[in-house]
Design a protein around this ligand. Structure first.
Ligand SMILES: [Zn+2]
Length: 134
């Protein structure tokens, strides 16, 4: 089994509703997502796939949905104020945690045809969350 890993970087703001600690406050992160793609066989170029293909797959998705955006739970009471002030945000059905963002990237890659093994999102230099389905 071969696995390759591509890292991508982006920024977002969020807050975690019902969180007892300081994550309930509006704040932001500059994160690294680490994307692992796995295949039993290499392609005719001797690769799992091109690193650039992984980047191209997630770059557009991240730009459109996550990067420099404000990620909120759909029931967050600040949403009407953001709408009123024409501020950009993304309302999620789930809480905008590193775990949920890992799952979003994983599912986008899978839907795009990649044999994705795992997505890990480093929220800080010492804390990360991963999502996989196996
Ligand atoms: Zn946070």
């Amino acid at each position: 089994m071969f696995t390759i890993t591509k890292e991508v970087y982006f920024c977002y703001g969020h807050r975690l509703m019902n969180h007892a600690g300081k994550c309930r406050n509006l704040h932001g992160h500059s994160v690294k997502a680490s994307i692992a793609i796995r295949h039993e066989q290499l392609n005719e170029q001797g690769m799992v796939c091109d690193f650039a293909d992984i980047r191209d797959c997630v770059e557009g998705y991240i730009d459109q949905h996550l990067d420099h955006n404000f990620l909120l739970h759909k029931d967050d009471p600040i949403i009407p104020m953001l709408i009123e002030n024409k501020e950009r945000f993304l309302a999620l059905d789930e809480h905008p945690t590193a775990e949920v963002l890992s799952k979003m990237l994983y599912q986008h890659l899978k839907k795009s045809g990649f044999n994705v093994a795992q997505v890990t999102l480093w929220e800080t230099a010492s804390a990360y969350a991963s999502y996989s389905e196996n």
